[in-house]
Design a protein around this ligand. Structure first.
Ligand code: MOS
Length: 685
């Protein structure tokens, strides 16, 4: 068990985040957001802004330099007069101070030819279409057998629709770029990003530079949850501004501006149909998803993907339909796809359990499968049932009275709920170097990202283990695109992917070392591209189970999660102390999803109405009471040299369903549209 290596640096303020890099003579950027929900920019009046002393430049569609690539509409900053959504960056001021930049931005007058935006997701929207693929390269639709007929003839049927709202990632550190053009024409970005290598690659393409001409430095990142998994407009804007004024610039996106410009989770409308025999054995599963994208860029989330792998049923179907609205493009937010998808599936499973009169833990065990139901592939390992049993045991599930509203203590209605969770175990190619120096120390380098996950620590543990060296002899260097290229910190793939590269580099170094290290040191490197390609065909997923207990105030409808337990089977857990934080952090985010988080779209003007942490609620310490995550020993020889599955996202998946199921058990009220607010509980009693 190893505590976060950079922990002391972080709590003493020594760890440097993007905005804090000292620059010589920096200028500051303030951005202007579109006040039209859709339309054209007719004119930009910058006269009074320019007159303000200290203003260095004003950028907009009227004078911005042409970018080399506009293929990503969200990054085509100031490249056209079209306004695609309210809140889009339409102009910016660069000034000597941040205060001047903001004041000048306020003085800018942008005139629009505005039209009414179309921002409301609905399942009868005429613009709904079937995307070619959904994210992660998955098919939009799948079908096996004859699900409609099988559903129609099933003894127990559940046909329900769940809706989930747009949600915003809200990392503590806002999206931030410090951009500096070097004399040789290369660009250095101090950036808050989940992937230094991919960030550099994308920005190079946007500016028509060679990949080596962009360096992205990001050793410490204050959270991302997916929102920093791809470059956002702030990065392009800062680089453009720095070039314009010939000085380094700093740009941290204000929290209020993040809601339109740095990504969010798409809202969903999900129809679930489950057909089962009287004993609860599933015969048909249908999961039809409606979700949104923007007019700028297609983002089609793979919401029904977990339904393809969870339970056995001979007749099944999943579909995804998206509509391009006048909204910011949705993006990745912790377990995109699995999180809303499993909320719906695991809530429907609870409804099926109630309808069939079967215990919800037992229902899931009865429908377990030893092969991936749609592909037919064997699982590399699957310990869902073991997690359910272990969790039921630890949580005291056996004592539960299944009748809703059966436990009351004073004003408090008490209920418990269960839900399963899953997340794919991914492996991405990457490179790493390991170096031995004569003083007995080792330096391991990889452009991996530690966004607060503990990645640096886990990789150091793996390096030390492979080198058979003490941990304090190993220097682990991450977060710089000048290091060997690594995949993005996304899809819970970091430990597996980067870990494989680090282990292989350390193995190669050990082979080279015999006896003393020469004065110039010894270095070895690894590239895992071939190893990743050579993987055998298996269905690789982590599994788990959430158990939640809630107390609902019978008079006010306030819900409090009094107890929560997550049990996970995710291969080898490399570093228990940081792994626990990942699991528990995901579960807490699940509590937020269940009870609080909701980005409210203004249907008349466009854009999200709640744009700060006072109005966009996430769980605070007082909302998190007794919460615990445990894991089972799981050995899986088909993954990677460590035998590790990803753990960054599985904690949130299914968590909101467990809470919602507990609320139903406590109150007898089934809320099918998140979040479960007091008003919904009181009015539907
Ligand atoms: Mo994650 S949402 O794959 O960064």
């Amino acid at each position: 068990m190893t505590h976060r290596l950079e922990g002391r640096e972080k709590v003493t303020g020594g760890a440097r985040y993007a905005y804090e890099y000292p620059m010589e003579d920096p200028a500051y950027v303030a951005a202007v957001q579109a006040e039209a929900g859709r339309g054209e920019i007719v004119a930009v009046d910058a006269a009074s802004a320019r007159r303000l002393p200290g203003v260095l430049a004003v950028l907009s569609c009227e004078n911005a330099p042409e970018l080399a690539s506009r293929s990503n509409g969200e990054l085509a900053v100031f490249q056209s007069r079209t306004v695609s959504y309210r809140g889009q960056f339409v102009a910016a001021v660069v000034a000597e101070t941040l205060e001047t930049a903001r004041e000048a931005a306020r003085l800018l007058r942008v005139e629009y030819a505005a039209e009414d935006p179309d921002v409301r997701l609905r399942d009868d929207h005429p613009g709904l279409y079937k995307p070619d693929k959904v994210n992660a390269g998955l098919p939009a639709d799948t079908e096996l057998g004859d699900p409609e007929t099988a559903f129609g003839s099933s003894e127990v049927r559940i046909d329900v629709t769940y809706t989930t709202p747009a949600e915003h990632n809200n990392p503590m550190e806002p999206h931030t770029t410090v951009a500096h053009w070097n004399e040789d024409g290369s660009l250095t970005l101090y950036e808050s990003t989940q992937g230094a290598s991919s960030h550099a690659r994308t920005i190079a393409r946007v500016f028509g530079l060679d990949r080596e001409q962009v360096r992205v430095v990001a050793p410490h990142v204050g959270g991302g949850f997916g929102a920093k998994g791809s470059p956002r407009p702030n990065s392009v804007l800062a680089a453009m501004a720095a070039r314009e004024v010939g000085r380094p610039v700093k740009f941290a996106v204000p929290r209020q501006q993040m809601f339109a410009t740095t990504g969010y989770r798409t809202p969903t409308i999900q129809r679930l149909r489950l057909g089962a025999g009287a004993d609860g054995t599933l015969n048909a599963i249908m999961h039809d998803v409606v979700e949104q994208t923007s007019t700028v860029r297609e983002f089609a989330e793979q919401t029904a993907s977990p339904t393809r792998i969870m339970y056995r049923a001979p007749h099944r179907r999943t579909t995804h339909r998206v509509v391009a609205l006048d909204v910011p493009t949705p993006s990745w937010m912790r377990a995109p796809g699995e999180t809303p998808g499993m909320y719906a599936l695991e809530s429907a499973m609870d409804e099926l359990a109630a309808a069939a009169g079967i215990d919800p833990v037992e229902l899931r065990i009865r429908n377990d499968t030893d092969r991936e139901p749609e592909s037919g592939l064997p699982f590399s390992s699957r310990n869902l049932v073991a997690c359910l049993r272990e969790g039921a045991d630890r949580f005291g599930w056996a004592a539960r009275d299944p009748a809703p509203r059966s436990r009351r203590e004073g004003r408090r209605l008490i209920g418990t709920g269960v839900a399963a969770t899953t997340y794919p175990a991914r492996l991405n190619p990457g490179r790493a170097t390991a170096r031995a120096d004569p003083d007995g120390t080792f330096t391991v380098r990889i452009a991996a990202a530690d966004i607060g996950t503990g990645a640096r620590t886990a990789l150091a543990v793996l390096a030390a283990e492979t080198l058979k060296a003490d941990l304090d002899r190993v220097r682990m260097e991450v977060g710089d695109s000048s290091y060997p290229a690594a995949s993005v910190a996304g899809g819970s793939s970091g430990t597996a992917s980067w870990g494989t590269a680090v282990v292989r580099a350390c193995e190669a170094l050990r082979e080279r070392l015999n006896g003393s290290v020469p004065p110039e040191g010894v270095e070895a490197s690894a590239d895992t591209a071939d190893e990743v390609k050579a993987q055998e065909e298996y269905a690789r997923h982590a599994f788990g189970a959430h158990f939640a207990e809630v107390e609902v105030d019978a008079d006010t409808g306030e819900v409090s999660v009094s107890r929560m337990l997550g049990v996970f089977a995710a291969g080898r857990i490399v570093n228990p102390v940081t792994a626990r934080s990942q699991f528990v952090g995901g579960m807490i985010m699940g509590i937020g999803m269940a009870l609080m988080e909701e980005s409210v779209m203004d249907e008349r003007f466009g854009d999200y109405l709640n744009r700060d942490l006072a109005q966009y609620h996430v769980p605070a310490c007082a909302d998190v009471r007794d919460i615990e995550a445990v894991w089972l020993e799981e050995t899986d020889p088909h993954l990677n040299p460590m035998g590790a599955k990803g753990i960054g996202e599985i904690g949130i998946v299914g968590a909101a369903a467990a809470v919602g199921n507990a609320v139903h058990h406590a109150t007898g009220v089934r809320v099918r549209d998140l979040p479960i607010t007091p008003a919904k509980l009181l009015t539907r009693r």
